[in-house]
Ligand binder design. Structure first.
Ligand SMILES: CC(C)(COP(=O)(O)OP(=O)(O)OC[C@H]1O[C@@H](n2cnc3c(N)ncnc32)[C@H](O)[C@@H]1OP(=O)(O)O)[C@@H](O)C(=O)NCCC(=O)NCCS
Length: 174
């Protein structure tokens, strides 16, 4: 049940210990057809490698990882990456908004998004940006949470099956 699900920040040390769970969430998203930078055939090892590559940024504070945890198991993620440019100290990117397919449509994605927006505001990052496949579950989530679409690029990315798809770009001031 969604009410037993806790949303919290995961530090680099715990993230490193739980790469298998984080990898499973990312792999599940790709297997479910989500366009999250990877193609069908994406392996657990590749998924863990992706998260391993995020650890240094999490450790140095340039990036924050929030997770949804159901009991002892991680079932969702979202990442806030602070813009590194000196002239964009107020901006950050939101990515890897993922909920295990078996746990979707229970409000967990909305809670992760609320939590990452609050964290961003607390960190002084008041302009957030992200992009997602036009018409995807993410697209519907962001629109329902007040994100503003500022453009669509046809054929911007491939679907997991290799078909060119349009990407919608969003921002939100928090
Ligand atoms: C996007 C994602 C994180 C949403 O997680 P979720 O826990 O299912 O989302 P929620 O239950 O909080 O949904 C919140 C609202 O978003 C919209 N929404 C989310 N998924 C939707 C879907 N499949 N169809 C229609 N509306 C949807 C609805 O308005 C929903 O509110 P409602 O259930 O009251 O109608 C999840 O579908 C996912 O992991 N998808 C694959 C990965 C992905 O594409 N991520 C985004 C890439 S940037």
């Amino acid at each position: 049940m969604a009410h037993t699900v806790v949303i919290r920040e995961l530090g680099a040390a715990e993230a490193e210990q739980r790469l298998d769970e984080l990898g499973a969430i990312l792999r599940d998203a790709v297997e479910s057809g989500a366009s999250v930078n990877f193609l069908q055939g994406f392996t657990q090892t590749e998924a863990e490698d992706f998260w391993r590559g995020q650890l240094a940024g999490i450790a140095d504070g340039g990036r924050h990882l929030l997770v949804a945890e159901d009991g002892a198991r991680l079932i969702g993620t979202v990442v806030l990456t602070k813009a590194p440019q000196p002239n964009q100290p107020h901006r950050a990117d939101v990515g890897k908004m993922l909920v295990l397919a078996a746990h979707r449509r229970r409000g967990i994605g909305r809670r992760l998004l609320d939590a990452v927006e609050t964290l961003a505001r607390d960190e002084g990052r008041t302009l957030l940006m992200l992009d997602t496949t036009l018409g995807s579950s993410g697209d519907l989530l962001y629109r329902s949470c007040g994100w503003v679409e500022y453009g669509i690029v046809p054929g911007h990315a491939l679907s997991t099956l290799g078909v060119p798809t349009a990407t919608a770009f969003f921002y939100k001031e928090v």
